[in-house]
Design a protein around this ligand. Structure first.
Ligand code: B12
Length: 153
């Protein structure tokens, strides 16, 4: 079996007031099948719980999901909060229906979340296999000397 995420620790959940559970459930199973240790926070997870869990569990990546259009409100200071709590090296991903309307062009939405400090923003049609491929790539890049130099600077 292909286990590209062996020993990788992932914190996942739907943020804020979001009750959409199907995406995080499917993604959580796929990550586990790819070898990851998944800490599933479930729906309606406060931003502070993502931060506290990521640090306590020594996570490699936090995967935030949001589908109800409220993502920007809840995600605003997540990167800064994670850094302040000692999680500077933790990758931060967000995915789902991130704009208020499903008709909002994706490019602007993606740019907005990258500006907030997310390492990656994924649109609503993202398949778990794609998220797993990108995560494996980002983790490989993070484990280079160049990345370590940059994060110490
Ligand atoms: C089912 C559903 C509901 C159910 C949820 C049941 C439940 N407990 O999960 C109910 C009826 C309760 C509901 C409620 C609401 N919903 Co709703 N819902 C849907 C619907 C039809 C399907 C969502 C779903 O399960 N998809 C299947 C999963 C597998 O797909 P997914 O969630 O997109 O996740 C995949 C990817 O996006 C990705 N992914 C998701 N998160 C992440 C995170 C990371 C890091 C990564 C890498 C990938 C990733 O991986 C998943 C696997 O492929 C969508 C429309 C649609 N067709 O998508 C609307 C939709 C999401 N809902 C919407 C809305 C507005 C609401 C409400 C606000 C409606 C209201 N006025 O009350 C409320 C929200 C209440 C709240 N507090 O959150 C809108 C959101 C608009 C937007 N932002 O673009 C949508 C898009 C409908 C629409 N076209 O307007 N909803």
């Amino acid at each position: 079996m292909d286990v590209p995420l062996r020993n990788v620790r992932v914190v996942i959940g739907s943020i804020g007031d979001d009750i959409h559970v199907v995406g995080i459930t499917i993604l959580g199973h796929a990550l586990r099948n790819a070898g990851a240790e998944v800490i599933q926070l479930g729906i309606q997870t406060p931003p502070a719980e993502f931060v506290a869990t990521a640090v306590a569990e020594d996570a490699d990546v936090v995967m935030v999901s949001s589908s109800n259009g409220h993502a920007a409100i809840w995600c605003d200071t997540l990167r800064a909060d994670l850094d302040a709590a000692g999680g500077e090296g933790v990758l931060l991903y967000v995915g789902g229906n991130l704009a208020v309307s499903a008709f909002t062009p994706w490019e602007g939405t993606e740019a907005r979340f990258l500006d907030m400090g997310f390492d990656r923003a994924f649109g609503p049609a993202t398949q778990p296999a794609e998220a797993i491929r990108v995560l494996a790539e980002d983790l490989r890049a993070r484990d280079t000397d160049e990345f370590r130099e940059a994060s110490r600077a």
